[in-house]
Design a binder for this molecule. Sequence first.
Ligand SMILES: [Zn+2]
Ligand SMILES: [Zn+2]
Length: 396
Amino acid sequence: MLKDKIRALGQQNKSETIGIRRHLHAHPELSFQEFETVAFVEEKLRSFGIDKIEKKANTGLVALIEGKNPGNKTVALRGDMDALPIIEQNEVSYKSTKPGIMHACGHDVHTASLLGAAKILHEIRDGFEGTVKLIFQPGEELIPGGASLMIKDKALENPKPSGIIGQHVMPLIPVGKVGFRKGMYMASADELYITVKGKGGHGAMPETLIDPVLIASHMIVALQQVISRNASPKIPSVLSFGRVEALGATNIIPNEVKIQGTFRTLNEEWRAKAHQHMVQIAKGIAEGMGGEVDFEVRKGYPFLKNAEELTTRAQDAAVDYLGQENVVDLDIWMAAEDFSYYTQEIDGCFYRLGTRNEAKGIISGVHTPTFDIDEEALEIGAGLMAYIAVNELRYE
Ligand SMILES: [Zn+2]
Ligand SMILES: [Zn+2]
């Protein structure tokens, strides 16, 4: 049976997959600078015997593994490769060798798992029909998102996959388990940059000034009505302001105040409307109080929706591969992921790979200097990806 074969190969390749992950972890590269990483990925693929490789989006690549009747159906597997500007604090043999750069979001794990899956799939290619497309992408962590550039560079064409599968480490889930969610899963995330302009001067003479601090204060309060009154209670939305800058003093009113925040939601139509509401409210308040406002919405990634049928089949495959007790249901997560760009083009399933091990002290969250994984997760990450792909190719 294919499942047993995949599992056996996963076990057999385990130390190699761990070695790959450690190499990547020790040699992290920032978003859109993954030159060594993509060269390493290409070299590994060629060493496995995979040679249908095409460079994409400068530091990304696409590779094909063809089974019998490769024209039948194509399913895509995605791994992201970039690291973060964080100084690693883990004292491990594979600690980052690049000061200030660290694989703190597990993208080393995703790349290593996808390479592990590739090796398995290439070995069993006579046992499935259709084609598996591997997508190694740059720049997940940075707008405009490597996924959008890969799509622009035709990563989803020739052949066009019917669906795409992505996995991401999850330090909240114990190693050995994976998590799935059908439908709405992750949020769109937009950055808000607001500049309130008034007329500064001596704090003792407010009647001669236009106070941008007071205008900004009203604005922050009033903008929450977008969430409490304009948003449908059925659509999750978040509006948070984390930076307010008024550089006056006890007796000095500044000329302007800068505010920065984030807006997140799970519906593209509402997202566009909310942007309009926010700008309108801010303008109304500024004008009503005699000031002016510059309101910039820097659009981030769209929201992420997992396709019902594809996700059901992938989850069933995971139950089959790992057992029901090791497959958990996920809640909505208001973080953003550029995998969502793929899901705007084709069916997608983004699932989570458990990496937590409290007994070993592996509990830190992603994007922290002490993030690490229980490497037992790599065998599952590689094997399950391969199994989900061959399982998916069985369906029309
Ligand atoms: Zn991240
Ligand atoms: Zn990530």
